[in-house]
Design a protein around this ligand. Structure first.
Ligand SMILES: C[S@@+](CC[C@H](N)C(=O)[O-])C[C@H]1O[C@@H](n2cnc3c(N)ncnc32)[C@H](O)[C@@H]1O
Length: 194
């Protein structure tokens, strides 16, 4: 029998047969420090984390955050002239990851993002992933499943999928992205052509 704890542990990246959406808390899994520092090194800074909380930002240390109360799906992502360096690990529940991807692309098109790193599941079979990978400059497909942090500070295992980091921005940033994310998996450039 599947326990509630097991459902919650697995919910981040997949569903458990027979579980109800209401059982799943896939919105509050935090990115471990090592990946945040790699993103900061790749971009030079983290100006904005559009899907965050005060607790999550103790690790991310973004200059500005949007929380669920701000609702970044409907607010303007302008932070600084010339565009911000944006870290995004969106909520994965329901259709939120697709809506978050659309919000990121809108902000990119509006010139509000100079550089960006997104962390999502390696879901190459989804429409939202296709939209992101068509716009990114480089990507890193992890060679492991990330043990995310829970709000009580513990690392959680039990992921059923690998993840992908997508980099958006200039080529110099992409070089930095490759140098810092090589340690986590397979880095590819979207400028490869055949
Ligand atoms: C997967 S966690 C990631 C937290 C942090 N960005 C990180 O990388 O560790 C997603 C966060 O987004 C917040 N969130 C959910 N919906 C939101 C919304 N509409 N606007 C802003 N934040 C939201 C959740 O409360 C949660 O803290």
């Amino acid at each position: 029998m599947t326990t509630t704890a097991a459902v919650n542990r697995l919910a981040y990246i997949g569903s458990v047969p027979g579980s109800k959406a209401a059982d799943r808390d896939s919105d509050s899994w935090y990115t471990p420090q090592e990946y945040i520092e790699a993103a900061r090194a790749a971009m030079g800074s983290i100006d904005l984390d559009p899907f965050s909380s005060v607790l999550a930002n103790a690790t991310v240390k973004a200059h500005q955050i949007f929380t669920i109360d701000d609702d970044s799906l409907s607010c303007d992502w302008f932070v600084k002239p010339g565009g911000a360096c944006v870290w995004m690990n969106p909520p994965y529940s329901g259709s939120l990851v697709g809506k978050a991807s659309d919000a990121f692309i809108r902000a990119l098109d509006a010139g509000h993002i100079r550089r960006g790193v997104i962390l999502v599941n390696n879901a190459t079979d989804t429409k939202w992933f296709k939209k992101l990978r068509e716009r990114c400059t480089a990507a890193c497909f992890t060679d492991h499943r990330i043990s995310f942090g829970s709000p009580d500070g513990k690392r959680v295992s039990g992921n059923t999928r690998g993840q992908c980091f997508l980099y958006f921005g200039d080529v110099e940033g992409a070089r930095q992205f490759a140098a810092n994310f090589n340690q986590f998996g397979w880095v590819v450039s979207s400028s490869w052509s055949f």
